[in-house]
Write a protein that binds this ligand. Structure first.
Ligand SMILES: Nc1ncnc2c1ncn2[C@@H]1O[C@H](COP(=O)(O)OP(=O)(O)O)[C@@H](O)[C@H]1O
Ligand SMILES: Nc1ccn([C@H]2C[C@H](O)[C@@H](COP(=O)(O)OP(=O)(O)O)O2)c(=O)n1
Length: 235
């Protein structure tokens, strides 16, 4: 009997996990561009599901209702690093899913284990489709190295100090990293990571996972550090 589609991974998979603001999305996207690989932002999937539940008036505290929404989730997600579109039932939600109302609610959705299992299956299918199309994929999130693609040949935990992560997110959201801007960002970074840590281990590297601390690296340095781990694995 042939393997079920999710039984093995197609293409060369680079799995990247880490806390908010560590640089997962931006660094992984650039690594995918350099390698000519696909790119999968799994956080965008949790965000889009949260957007859809809110849109439909689903009570995020009702795990059965959110799971039912996940079962019929009409998500479209691009894996081209230059066009990572996100649509829900044909509506472009790429900008809407970055709004604070989604950032503050997404952990409630991500903590529901049957929802995680539904998205895990979708994520493996997307990784395989992208891997078949381009030869490889860089997939990033919170549980890619441990749950979604634990057999990936490259598994990286991207970390950075809380101070560095707060400053980056603050600059991104408020254009500044002064004390007020950092305080306004804290709940979206620190509190969310605490909530997300209940269901995924992304603060300590699992066995076989390489930690890259980007606290003192600039963006290009972080990209280079990831590429070096990939090159070592392919050598
Ligand atoms: N090594 C780095 N040094 C400085 N800024 C960075 C670095 N990596 C990412 N950034 C910036 O920090 C912000 C958050 O990065 P992002 O990739 O969204 O993090 P994550 O996906 O882990 O939450 C972005 O504005 C990004 O350009
Ligand atoms: N593989 C993943 C990816 C994201 N999540 C959850 C946890 C996060 O709070 C949200 C949003 O993830 P996202 O990567 O967009 O968040 P940050 O950019 O790191 O702030 O989704 C998850 O539980 N598992």
């Amino acid at each position: 009997m042939p393997d079920a589609p999710e039984d093995h991974l197609s293409g060369f998979v680079v799995a990247v996990d880490g806390p908010s603001g560590s640089g997962k999305s931006s660094v992984s996207k650039q690594v995918a561009r350099v390698l000519g690989y696909g790119f999968l932002d799994t956080g965008a999937m949790y965000r889009a599901l949260t957007w859809w539940c809110l849109e439909q008036g689903v009570d995020l505290g009702d795990a059965d209702a959110v799971t039912a929404a996940a079962e019929r989730f009409p998500l479209g997600i691009g894996t081209d690093p230059d066009a990572p579109d996100v649509t829900v039932d044909g509506t472009d939600v790429a900008t809407a899913i970055r709004e604070p109302r989604i950032s503050t609610n997404v952990s409630a959705v991500a903590k529901i284990l049957p929802v995680r299992e539904i998205l895990r299956v979708m994520q493996r299918r997307l990784i395989n489709e992208a891997g078949e199309a381009t030869g490889g994929v860089v997939a990033e999130g919170r549980d890619i190295t441990t749950v979604v693609a634990p057999e990936a040949p490259v598994r990286i935990l991207l970390t950075a100090s809380e101070e560095a992560r707060l400053a980056r997110r603050s600059r991104e959201l408020h254009g500044a990293a002064d004390a007020n801007a950092v305080e306004a960002t804290r709940s979206q970074v620190v509190d969310r990571d605490k909530a997300d840590s209940a269901v995924s281990e992304f603060t300590v590297a699992a066995d076989g996972v390489t930690t890259i601390d980007t606290s003192h690296l600039d963006f290009d340095g972080s990209v280079e550090a990831v590429l070096q781990v990939v090159e070592a694995a392919r050598a």
